[in-house]
Design a binder for this molecule. Structure first.
Ligand SMILES: O=C([O-])CC(=O)C(=O)O
Ligand SMILES: [Mg+2]
Length: 193
């Protein structure tokens, strides 16, 4: 079992840089400023606009796991809102990443659960299925399998394949050291003329 870095410990941008700048879930944004998450993926595929599979996921998801959902990229119907997120908080889920939409955004921020999604809409979900739990999915065009490292911050979300976590963490730490040098060099700049 890997140790997953704590939320916010490594910037998503730098972690992506350490994967040749791949691995970013395109178009997935934090729903409140300052939201960060980091943990193993718990994957759900669901029919667009339908959250029956999310409710099923809450029957088995474990503390710290990040619920990662392929909702087909649909933005016309919210897969979650305040009540679902309240459940996530009670179960100490690490956060929620949706390739789909959410609603009740003011309440999500107040609950303090990191939620990342493609869009916000007041239109609510159906609850009929079908769905799949615990299978490899895609989120924002990147693969996400159960146990992959999912991390999110103000810039967005990245997914690191489980087998690459140690290598990518090490690479990101190296890049952070290099960036510190460039930052110091920038601070030495003076205007010319
Ligand atoms: O009604 C739903 O399923 C989504 C929602 O707004 C909530 O969870 O609060
Ligand atoms: Mg609601």
């Amino acid at each position: 079992m890997h140790d997953y870095p704590t939320p916010g410990a490594l910037p998503v941008a730098t972690v992506s840089d350490a994967m040749d700048r791949f691995g970013v879930a395109d178009g997935i944004r934090p729903l409140w400023p300052g939201a960060t998450l980091s943990g193993p993926a718990f994957t759900v595929w669901t029919r667009p606009g339908d959250n029956k599979g999310l409710h099923a996921a809450f029957e088995t998801i474990r503390r710290g796991e990040v619920l990662v959902v392929n909702g087909g990229g649909d933005t016309s119907r919210a897969l979650i809102g305040e009540l679902v997120v309240q459940k996530a908080r009670a179960l100490r889920v690490g956060g929620i990443v949706l390739d789909g939409a959410a609603r009740d955004v003011a309440e999500l921020a107040a609950l303090g659960v990191p939620v990342f999604a493609r869009a916000v809409t007041p239109a609510g979900p159906w609850k009929n299925g079908p769905y799949r739990i615990g299978e490899p999915i895609a989120v924002g065009g990147v693969p996400a399998a159960p146990g992959d490292w999912v991390l999110g911050d103000d810039d967005g979300v990245a997914v690191v394949p489980r087998a690459r976590i140690d290598e990518v963490v090490e690479g990101a730490r190296g890049l952070i050291a290099g960036e510190a040098e460039r930052r110091a060099a920038n601070q030495r700049l003076v205007p010319r003329g």
